[in-house]
Design a protein around this ligand. Sequence first.
Ligand SMILES: NC(=O)c1ccc[n+]([C@@H]2O[C@H](COP(=O)([O-])OP(=O)(O)OC[C@H]3O[C@@H](n4cnc5c(N)ncnc54)[C@H](O)[C@@H]3O)[C@@H](O)[C@H]2O)c1
Length: 288
Amino acid sequence: MKSSEPVAVVTGGASGIGRAIALRLLAAGMRVVVGDVNAANGARLLSEAGDPGTLRFVVTDVAQEADVAALIDTAVRDFGGLDVLVNNAGVGGAFGPLTDIDAADWDRTFAVIGRGVFLGTKYGARVMISAGTGGSIVNMSSAAGLVGGAGPLAYSAAKAAVVNFTANAAVELAPHRIRVNAVCPGLIDTPMVMGRNRAAIVDGLPAVQPWPDLGTPEHIAGLVHFLAGPDSEFVTGEAIRADGGMLAWGPRMESAHDRTGATRRFAGFADGSTGRPTVKRALDGPSS
Ligand SMILES: NC(=O)c1ccc[n+]([C@@H]2O[C@H](COP(=O)([O-])OP(=O)(O)OC[C@H]3O[C@@H](n4cnc5c(N)ncnc54)[C@H](O)[C@@H]3O)[C@@H](O)[C@H]2O)c1
């Protein structure tokens, strides 16, 4: 029998962003089932999270259909249903020059990131559709899925697939009032990206991200909580960036043609090829 607290499943919830999401949804009063391949980190989460009555951990490989089916079943059996599904599990996957990537490593990357999101949505949506009470599915993509140059090739291609899958799933599931959105984080302080190279990454941050602070798992958990709940009721099919303005910075052409920063020291109006003169005033005093 389902009580009124929403039930959430979070994949990859034993570490980093997924762990922060699980803790955030628990703190918001939800009951949460975490699925992850890392049993040791799952046990740590269970022992640290407090009330065991509202949290379950299931060893799950999201690339395995039977595992994903069993994970969703746990939510139904133990907590009575499923309202929120966060397809978050991920790995860095295949890396190196594309001429040297093993096809099997390419497939494994897509198996975790692409197939994992598909399988979660397939089994999660089945439960939500048969309950008839709607739901929210959040898929973890990446800024790397939106442009080149933000992650390894196979990883980025798989994350791009997640964005497109999200749009089509949102359309297909909308009649059931099941929303499907993707989150595209930038650089986030988790073991996956910061593990070996934290100091160098923090050092290089100002060159790639305008926001002065490093992204945290909690930043992403806040956005997922919003997408999971009623405040985002009319939002579906979106891919929302949470990247400290990294992609908003774009190609930075201004700094290529204005190396001295002159455009910051004047204000005015450039009239282009109209024949009228450019009007400008120095910001420390009026001029034209
Ligand atoms: N950290 C970042 O900067 C960043 C940026 C953009 C997107 N992301 C995405 O956020 C998600 C979480 O990454 P994170 O940074 O927290 O990394 P993380 O390594 O801290 O956590 C990832 C979790 O996923 C689990 N996992 C891996 N493969 C799995 C599988 N086949 N089945 C089940 N669980 C599996 C791992 O065991 C781990 O607990 C990933 O999808 C990642 O691609 C991270």
